[in-house]
Design a protein around this ligand. Structure first.
Ligand code: NAP
Length: 260
């Protein structure tokens, strides 16, 4: 039904762990060649070995920090060198350290905005030429429900960064349309990842209780949403968002979930 993604060149930033690794797994199982970018080389290698074992596509890695503009260029250059171009950029790398507003420092804000906002913008910018050359360039951002739709104590800087990604998305979509590049965002709810594990059992049980499907999402749930945006059949969709959250943002009050 969907055109094959065989041999498409796909970059996944933050591809060594969590949601990024899930996105990379879905694309590589679909036949794409995937470049994983993150800072920790050993985690990158482990992820690449794991993914390459079950997939037809090639899986390569590049150590890079997306909060550095020159590293964003390195990611794009590496994809072009290894795979001959770039068809899809999944700008997924993100950090979510929690810190109450009253204790927030300038360094906290710089770190979160540097990775989540600046890192997104310059990763996209670095890939533009190659995405345009592909004739069907696709950018998929990993935003969040936190910020654009919901809030959570300790995440004012994180929520601001995830909402900022969507402000960027809407203007970028207009600028990129003449280049035949689409840009869309997936807004995950609470997804079972190493990062979320660090929030602790109590946080996870509390979240499961308020999600209508009563489970956390899987990283592949996000991967399949990203895959859809990357298909040829999604070519007329740009500047849009897809919430993937098991219905978490829907209840008007806890009463809506009574007996469910
Ligand atoms: P994770 O498990 O902590 O993984 C984060 C990934 O990003 C790792 O590969 C990490 O590798 C990489 N990374 C972090 N900082 C980086 C930097 N400066 N440059 C390059 N790579 C960097 O996190 P996750 O839960 O999968 O989150 C991934 C994305 O999903 C984030 O944008 C997050 O905001 C979003 N999200 C997550 C959830 C959730 O429930 N988990 C919900 C909503 C949205 P290194 O540390 O080695 O660089």
């Amino acid at each position: 039904m969907f055109t094959s993604l065989d041999d498409r060149s796909v970059i996944v930033t933050g591809g060594s762990k969590g949601i990024g690794k899930g996105i990379a797994r879905v694309f590589s199982r679909a036949g794409a060649n995937v470049l994983l970018a993150a800072r920790d080389e050993s985690a990158l290698r482990a992820a690449a070995d794991e993914l390459a074992a079950g997939a037809p596509g090639r899986v390569e890695t590049v150590a890079a920090d997306v909060s550095r503009v020159e590293d964003c260029r390195l990611i794009a250059e590496t994809a072009v060198e290894r795979f001959g171009g770039i068809d899809v950029l999944c700008a997924n790398a993100g950090i979510f350290p929690d810190r109450p507003l009253a204790d927030l420092t300038e360094a906290d804000v710089d770190a979160v905005l540097g990775c989540n906002v600046k890192g997104t913008m310059f990763a996209v910018q670095a890939c533009l030429e190659a995405l345009e050359a592909s004739g069907h360039g696709r950018v998929i951002l990993t935003s969040s429900i936190t910020g654009p739709l919901t809030g959570y104590p300790g995440w004012s800087h994180y929520g601001a960064s995830k909402a900022a990604q969507l402000g960027f998305l809407r203007t970028a979509a207009i600028e990129l349309a003449p280049r035949r590049i689409t840009i869309n965002a997936v807004l995950p709810g609470n997804i079972a990842t190493e990062g979320l594990d660090e929030m602790g059992e109590e946080y996870i049980r509390g979240m499961e209780a308020v999600i209508p499907q009563h489970r956390l999402g899987t990283v592949e749930d996000i991967g399949y949403a990203a895959l859809f945006f990357a298909t040829d059949q999604a070519s007329y969709i740009t500047g849009q968002t897809m919430v993937v959250d098991g219905g978490q943002v829907l209840p008007e009050s806890p009463a809506a979930l009574e007996g469910i």
